[in-house]
Design a protein around this ligand. Structure first.
Ligand code: UDP
Length: 241
């Protein structure tokens, strides 16, 4: 499959059309942004890690019964995916307090929840991705009631799948962001990516941050942290074939 016209260029990825109208090629870049584009930089090798990690995790998620956009990894940075219409909702699942949750509710980072939380934000850069609930999403016609129910169900199932995998890797899954899309036949599938750009991953022993917070907060060692989580996942996969 070959890339044809560039359909879209985002902060961390480029998306190309292919000769198949229902399939797109995603190309992962090393560019990193944070705080709604205010902070810019590059993380060398990030595109390769995010592409490979996202694909491995999506394959495991698919095997567990949640549909994804993944079709085939084409190269280190490129993947063939199903063309979807992205539901303009960012879904955030949290197991442990951190980031905007800690800020919003005035609690320290690292508090383990009795059960995971879900929140939505409206995917809209101009508005700064405002937080909303499912009633707001319905009112704004961002998705139907059934679609929202499916998205919630899939998101919590994905959390259980990912928590278990990362636990085996000695990594705590603190929180993460998901995006869903609708395929031509109207079914909801997991889209976008699952990577250290979109998840908070802490070392289980030391609680060291192994994710994009290293870049956001200028902690240094971002490249090494991404490589570390990828190598742990690779180890897990080779033991669980
Ligand atoms: N996240 C993301 N994209 C966004 C916002 C958040 O991938 O535009 C991820 C982030 O990496 C973290 C989780 O979603 O794993 C929760 O992020 P939070 O709401 O705490 O926001 P942040 O503190 O990152 O601004």
């Amino acid at each position: 499959m070959e890339k044809k016209s560039l359909l879209y260029e985002g902060k961390a990825k480029k998306v190309y059309e292919t000769e198949n109208e229902q399939q797109l090629i995603v190309e992962y870049k090393d560019d990193a942004t944070a705080f709604n584009g205010l902070k810019k930089g590059t993380v060398a090798g990030k595109g390769i890690i995010n592409n490979q990690m996202s694909n491995r995790l999506m394959q495991l998620i698919e095997k567990s019964g949640v549909p994804t956009h993944f079709i085939q990894e084409l190269s280190k940075r490129e993947t063939l995916v199903k063309r979807v219409r992205i539901v303009p909702l960012e879904v955030i699942i949290r197991n442990i307090s951190a980031g905007s949750f800690s800020k919003r509710y005035g609690v320290e980072e690292g508090i383990e929840f009795d059960s995971p939380t879900i929140e939505f934000s409206y995917k809209n850069d101009e508005l700064g991705d405002p937080l909303l609930n499912s009633y707001h999403a319905l009112a704004l016609k961002l998705a139907t009631k059934d679609e929202i129910e499916t998205i919630k169900d899939y998101s919590f199932r994905i959390n259980e799948i990912l928590k278990k995998i990362w636990k085996e890797c000695g990594v705590i899954l603190v929180d993460f962001k998901l995006e869903f899309g609708k395929t031509a036949d109207g079914s909801v599938v997991l889209a976008d990516e699952i990577s250290p750009d979109t998840c908070r991953l802490w070392d289980a022993e030391t609680k060291k941050k192994l994710d994009k917070d290293r870049f956001r907060r200028d902690l240094g060692g971002t490249e090494d942290a991404y490589a570390e989580v990828m190598s742990r996942l690779t180890g897990y996969l080779s033991e669980n074939r």
